[in-house]
Design a protein around this ligand. Sequence first.
Ligand SMILES: Nc1ncnc2c1ncn2[C@@H]1O[C@H](COP(=O)(O)OP(=O)(O)OP(=O)(O)O)[C@@H](O)[C@H]1O
Length: 249
Amino acid sequence: MLQTVGLTKDFRGFTAVNSVDLDVAEGTIHALVGPNGAGKTTLFNLLTGFLAPTSGQILLRGTDIAGKQPEQIAHMGVARSFQITSLFEQMTLLEHLELALASPTGLGYRFWSSRKQLGRFKARGMELLEEVGLADRSGVTAGSLAYGQKRALEISLALANDPALLLLDEPTAGMGLEDVDRTIALVKKASKGRTVVFVDHNMHVVGSLADRVTVLQSGEVLAEGTYDQVRNDERVITAYLGDTGGEHG
Ligand SMILES: Nc1ncnc2c1ncn2[C@@H]1O[C@H](COP(=O)(O)OP(=O)(O)OP(=O)(O)O)[C@@H](O)[C@H]1O
């Protein structure tokens, strides 16, 4: 589904992603982990076109998408959620979904689109809210949601255009235990029929979801394998013990 070959990103002489070879099989859930500053977010930004690579290839079902614009990559069936919430506080949940569903059509993100035009996305919007457990909140503004619900809304937005590849940047960051478990169940459900790549610092989340885990350190792949393989890997243990970030669980 997704392969990177020698993927590299330099920021004025500092190599944040260094010759990364990643192989994500179709239909799997793949975790990217690593200490703070390992290059996970930069890698995500490369995969989704928010950054252009310095060198290397990004093959999406065999087509090189390196250097393409985010919207071109989105049209090829890739969606992402962000580490920091990116919602419109004053808009209702259903309006968020309607706009997300309208965006790839001729309507685009036109806030002046008439209610009638957006209305045709209502049924699908409600289905998506149902999927993430927010159907009963469809008419409230995003600003009034609890943190965990905001993150669930963001996942529903990423799912709106039925992506073949879903990228989730720290889907459980800042969540309490209950929301974490709810999100694990949600991602499992959302992964049916698609490929998921996610970044998370919470090893409970990684162990519960990931078929494969790639461990990054200083921009390079340190280890790759199943969760049990990588967590028993000496190099991985050393990398984490050496990291004083302290949020890895
Ligand atoms: N635009 C930029 N310009 C210069 N350096 C950058 C830029 N973006 C990221 N970096 C550097 O690249 C390295 C990797 O950062 P990145 O955010 O990808 O790591 P990460 O693994 O996602 O970390 P975290 O777990 O803290 O989110 C860091 O040292 C960071 O300071």
